[in-house]
Design a protein around this ligand. Structure first.
Ligand code: HEC
Ligand SMILES: [Cu+2]
Length: 354
């Protein structure tokens, strides 16, 4: 048994690793398939360092193999010790200078990329968008101050433009991680604001995660960045600006839901406008890709969320059982018909991971 397992042990190991790694590389969630400027810069750095590592590895292994073969104990010379060399100038110069060169090859592009990623030279210029990002346990608020609109969990940007993000946190440290477009930036509580930029090459829905352990529901703190054409983006801004939070829905259950929502939920939630509430702005909620960043947008899921948000995201700030399931069902009818803009709804989401 042991022998059989032993023989195939490395095969098992490789098999398991292959399966594990096959889960990586989603197009809209992969640092290895960059779809934006920052991500491309970072991938280039990774490739340079990997190339240098492989080069060093091959040289070291070659010397190792050579020494193993050349200086093996041979029959007839069991107790002879080969000639010992000390202080060989040429050798010492070689193994000092080569690493210095390798470090320079690594350092120059790294420093360049660091400055490039921190560049803010066009922020504030005419037509350049800056979005305020606020991370909360466990959701994301995106405020477009100039346009006086706000969204949560879903960030709309025009494709091909550099868009700046001013980032902070309302509670603990979180991290905005958007691997396929831009990399990662911490969001800090207090005055310490961080800035990064996004520049998406292609239209698409890109996935982001919180990348700083921030509490029990940290792993559920997802967001999406929806890159659309400039025209569509302008249309979306227009649609979002024109939201009438009082607009009456068509069906009677949805109308009852609206009343229930206004009575029970408006203290924390807004619909439209740029208000930064205790809870997410639910503008355009009916066209969301996900509920609370993670659930499929079905009525059943929404009712579950409204009644028991704590069971879905433990430790989140929305109170549980504010309304009954029956009331929640009416509210769900109301929220799901909040379709203020259809921009972005046809943008393909590749490789759903569920
Ligand atoms: C005390 C404040 C508070 C009240 C009251 C409240 N919520 Fe929330 N709600 C929150 C917070 C905070 C979140 C974000 C939770 C998270 O994802 O971590 C949230 C999230 C949500 C979401 C998901 C939003 C998204 O962006 O996907 C929905 C839907 C929602 N609430 C509906 C309701 C409804 C309906 C009511 C009334 C029955 C209600 N909420 C009452 C604070 C509140
Ligand atoms: Cu987090």
């Amino acid at each position: 048994m042991r022998g059989w397992m032993g023989k195939f042990r490395s095969l098992f190991l490789f098999g398991a690793l292959t399966l594990l790694l096959a889960g990586c590389g989603e197009e809209n969630l992969s640092a290895l398939k960059p779809k934006g400027y920052g991500a491309e810069l970072l991938l280039d750095l990774m490739l340079i360092s990997i190339a240098i590592m492989i080069f060093v590895f091959i040289i070291v292994m070659a010397i190792y193999a050579f020494v193993l073969v050349r200086y093996r104990e041979k029959k007839g010379q069991e107790h002879t010790i080969p000639k010992q060399t000390e202080g060989n100038k040429a050798l010492e110069v070689i193994w000092t200078v080569i690493p210095i060169i390798l470090l320079l090859v690594l350092a120059i592009p790294t420093v360049q990329a660091t400055f490039d990623l921190a560049d803010k030279s066009t922020q504030g210029d005419e037509g350049v968008i800056t979005i305020d990002v606020t991370a909360n346990q466990y959701w994301w608020q995106f405020t477009y101050a100039d346009q006086e609109i706000a969204t949560s969990q879903e960030l709309y940007i025009p494709t091909g433009e550099r868009v700046y993000l001013n980032m902070k946190s309302s509670d603990v440290i979180h991290s905005f991680w958007l691997p396929s477009i831009a990399g990662k930036m911490d969001t800090n509580p207090g005055e310490n604001m961080n800035t990064m930029y996004l520049e998406a090459y292609e239209e698409g829905v890109y996935w982001g995660h919180c990348a700083e352990l921030c509490g029990p529901s940290h792993s559920l703190m997802d967001f999406r960045v929806i890159a659309v054409s400039q025209d569509e983006y302008d249309q979306w801004v227009e649609d979002m600006k024109n939201i009438d939070p009082e607009a009456a829905p068509e069906t009677t259950t949805a109308q009852e839901g609206q009343q229930l929502f206004n009575d029970n939920c408006m203290s924390c939630h807004a619909i439209g406008g740029a208000s930064a509430g205790v809870g997410p702005n639910l503008a355009n909620f009916g066209n969301r890709e996900k509920i609370a960043g993670i659930l499929e947008p079905t009525k059943e899921n929404l009712v579950d969320w409204i009644v028991h948000p704590d069971e879905i995201k433990p430790g989140n700030q929305m109170p549980t059982e504010i309304v009954s399931e029956e009331e929640a069902s009416k509210i769900a009818d109301y929220l799901l018909q909040l379709q203020h803009s259809d921009v972005g709804t046809d943008v393909p989401t590749q490789n759903e991971d569920e």
